[in-house]
Design a binder for this molecule. Sequence first.
Ligand SMILES: CCCC(=O)SCCNC(=O)CCNC(=O)[C@H](O)C(C)(C)COP(=O)(O)OP(=O)(O)OC[C@H]1O[C@@H](n2cnc3c(N)ncnc32)[C@H](O)[C@@H]1OP(=O)(O)O
Length: 328
Amino acid sequence: MTSFLDHLSIYSRNSGRMRLCAVMRTFLKSRSRCGAWDRLLQKQSRASICSHVHSFNEANIREKLQAFPGGSIDLLKQDSGIAVLTINNPSRMNALSGSMMLDLEEKVTQLENWTDGKGLIVCGAAETFCSGSDLSAVRAISNTQDGMMMCMFMQNTLTRLLRLPLISVALVEGKALGGGAEFITACDFRLMAPDSVIQFVHKHMGLVPGWGGAARLVRIVGAQKALQLLAGALKVNPTLGLQIGLVDEVLKDLHTDMAVGTTLKQAEQWLSNYVKGPVPVIQAVKKVVLSGRELPLSEALRTEMSVFGTVWGGPANLQALANKSKHK
Ligand SMILES: CCCC(=O)SCCNC(=O)CCNC(=O)[C@H](O)C(C)(C)COP(=O)(O)OP(=O)(O)OC[C@H]1O[C@@H](n2cnc3c(N)ncnc32)[C@H](O)[C@@H]1OP(=O)(O)O
């Protein structure tokens, strides 16, 4: 547990004012009766890490965010076990308004409680992904304290999104800019439509990522490439995305191949390869990979064992044994 908490100490190094680390330690230690998985995962953030932070008034930030309405985050949970989360604010290229940030958190909570879920596709409405934070809200809360509160709220929400026991994929059509580029790093996989672009434009805005996008990007593409993408504010097209490992697949061009269906259909098809099978097994797969990704080895091994215990001798395991499965 120590090392995981040490990861969190970055908050206290970066912000003398907020003194997050000590508070988070106390908070997470108070949960020590739960398994490693529970400690790691989202239930802590439901109560919200943020609410335990000195000088972070969650009600206050909610009120502030609510003052910037527009757009919505729509969630469709399907019988297939794949949900579709749509960033919906087309008149602003799906920029995230304050109310959409609140909406996103509410939808993540719903997904945390979705016991039948296996997969998640995150996409944007009207053939574009997301142009980042709504600039009118950014302008209005440009003081440091409000900016940091918004940043923490979004970090918390996107961390919970990434930690869902669902296999998630971002479907990038059009543009994923700024916070939109950060958003896609909070999914397990990324698919790009042929003419789409991912760009961490933060540098051009006099910013760095704040929604956890830099930390996640380093883990996805490595520190060298992440530095290039952020310092150069490079435009990542599908070819570059594939080359650096930011993108897992480029979708077929709808204009040249009418048979492939919509981009969403293509994404569902792609994801279906990874979510075939019983819910407990698919969720267990996500859990062991997530703990391997986030925890120190010794703790990841312990978590893996406890997750293993949930499927060993379970219905799917017994069925496979009874069928004398061969894997030719
Ligand atoms: C920690 C988070 C950091 C951040 O996310 S900071 C925000 C970073 N994002 C940006 O700076 C994006 C700025 N926008 C753009 O570069 C361009 O609008 C973009 C997305 C390339 C689209 O260009 P075009 O296709 O030419 O379309 P356009 O410029 O006419 O935009 C259509 C309407 O959408 C609006 N829009 C686009 N991005 C927005 C945003 N982030 N916040 C608020 N409004 C935004 C834009 O103002 C325009 O509205 P209107 O038609 O002029 O009323």
